[in-house]
Design a protein around this ligand. Structure first.
Ligand SMILES: Nc1ncnc2c1ncn2[C@@H]1O[C@H](COP(=O)(O)OP(=O)(O)OP(=O)(O)O)[C@@H](O)[C@H]1O
Ligand SMILES: [Mg+2]
Length: 95
């Protein structure tokens, strides 16, 4: 929930709005939930830097992106300047 809200906030604040797709997934007999946040905002020039704690272009805390990555089982981000940003996360169900 925290990862989802941080990523949603980024989509709105930095990405100027976008979409969230939620799906149930199954892999190797395990079940999980996958969330894909997509926007057509300004994009992120340096993803490694954006993931660092304390880096923010909005004078905020700069903890959302890195914090979200630490909270989930799988984290994937692709971003192109001038095109937009896609962040995909997966959380597997505990057995
Ligand atoms: N969807 C996005 N589109 C464009 N830039 C983004 C996007 N998401 C993150 N960023 C960039 O990455 C930086 C770091 O994001 P992060 O969520 O860690 O911090 P923040 O949103 O600035 O502050 P907060 O701690 O309140 O979340 C942002 O300041 C912004 O420059
Ligand atoms: Mg944020």
């Amino acid at each position: 929930m925290t990862a989802a809200s941080e990523l949603a906030r980024n989509t709105l604040v930095h990405g100027k709005g976008g979409t969230l797709r939620i799906s149930e997934i199954e892999r190797d007999g395990r079940f999980g939930i996958k969330l894909v946040f997509e926007d057509t905002g300004p994009g992120i020039p340096d993803i490694e830097r954006a993931l660092q704690d304390g880096f923010s272009t909005a004078k905020s805390m700069g903890l959302g992106l890195g914090g979200a990555r630490r909270l989930v089982n799988e984290f994937d981000i692709t971003s192109t300047v001038g095109v937009g940003t896609r962040v995909s996360i997966i959380q597997w169900k505990r057995r």
